[in-house]
Design a protein around this ligand. Structure first.
Ligand code: UDP
Length: 335
């Protein structure tokens, strides 16, 4: 009989984390989910708590007792996702972000080292700051202001990467880094401040959707199920110490995203343009050649992902034969 893998997921009650825990349980693993619920939600894992292979620990990874608390658990793998998220949270949670990314990541790496566990650290496209090079390859060093308004998250993630890299080199911890680009899908909190859940919430409430700036800034959104496939692949086949971008390939301006959503729903979509409350990033597009060489490609288009998500967020979709809009052919995919 095959022994079940024992896996720790830090940040397991977040949007990506809870989807990941569900997937790992479906694959037959034993999952220990650690989250301090600063931005994660207990509701997102409540269905999983009935599974006897799942355990939730409301714990902060930067707790001085973190390593000793879990030292007997013999983890095979650690998926380290924990970090407060959301652009509006950068200012109020700056300290928590920095401590999580420094002391917290150090603790998680110590635990992986003690357990001889493989580790994947989820860094972020934010390490590139406001990029001046498109698409962003893993060797692009980025454009980050160390004391700028987004620095707690950007520099926090960069410092975490440095720690992971040091543990991989000095202690041979089989740790890999992934840089996640904008991700969406079912399981995002209705109060999530990221652009897609924000727009859906505003449409559901009959409010105007708020576009920050002129709407010409762009992103390439990736569905969470595609992301999970990539995380699994990097854990299985990635090289320790290496960095892999994981992100969508369909670049869209935020205005085009609003138009796409408008085309998918009979509900009114009116736009209000507002100045951003923080410095924005003008664009973001991953070069995913490295992870594709491991055998990954995103399968779910932004349109498909939105159509799946919208009814769960109280936004009606047109009948299939009335869906006129296809993702614009002028939008270029980048591998
Ligand atoms: N955005 C917007 N309206 C919103 C939320 C976000 O116009 O209600 C824009 C934001 O300015 C950014 C993009 O959408 O350019 C993506 O924002 P999000 O917060 O999802 O993530 P980011 O890529 O900034 O980390």
């Amino acid at each position: 009989m095959l022994t079940k893998k024992r896996i720790m997921v830090t940040g397991g009650a977040g949007f990506v984390g809870s989807n990941l825990c569900r997937y790992l349980l479906e694959k037959g693993s034993i999952v220990d989910c650690v989250d301090n619920l600063i931005t994660g939600r207990r509701e997102s894992i409540s269905a999983l708590e009935e599974n006897e292979s799942f355990q939730f620990f409301e714990t902060d990874i930067s707790d001085p007792d973190f390593v000793s608390m879990f030292k007997e658990n013999n983890y095979d793998e650690v998926l380290h996702l924990a970090c407060p998220t959301g652009v509006p949270n950068i200012a109020p949670m700056a300290e928590e972000m920095l401590v999580t990314c420094s002391t917290g990541t150090d603790n998680v790496l110590k635990l992986a080292h003690n357990n001889n566990a493989k580790l994947v650290y989820t860094s972020s496209a934010e390490v590139y700051g406001d990029p001046e090079v498109f698409p962003q390859t893993e060797c692009y060093n980025g454009n980050v202001d160390p004391v700028g308004p987004r620095s707690a998250y950007e520099e926090g993630k960069r410092f975490s990467e440095s720690l992971v890299s040091m543990y991989a080199k000095k202690y041979q911890v089989p740790a890999r880094i992934v840089r996640l680009f904008n991700t969406f899908g079912t399981g995002m909190s209705p109060d999530d401040t990221r652009v897609i859940p924000q727009f859906l919430k505003q449409i559901r409430l009959g409010q105007k959707i708020t576009i920050y700036g002129d709407g010409n800034q762009n992103r390439a959104h990736m569905h969470v199920n595609d992301l999970i496939q990539a995380l699994m692949l990097v854990m299985e086949k990635g090289t320790p110490g290496e960095v892999y971008n994981i992100g969508g390939s369909t670049q869209m301006t935020i205005r085009e995203l609003a138009e796409l959503i408008d085309s998918l729903t009979p509900m009114p979509v009116d736009i209000e343009y507002r100045p951003h409350f923080i410095e924005d990033h003008g664009g973001r597009l991953p070069d995913t050649t490295k992870v594709r060489k491991l055998g990954w490609a995103p399968c779910i288009s932004t349109t498909e992902g939105l159509l799946e998500m919208m009814p769960n967020y109280g936004v009606m979709t047109h009948e299939p034969d009335l869906l006129l809009f296809e993702e614009s052919p002028k939008i270029q995919g980048v591998s």
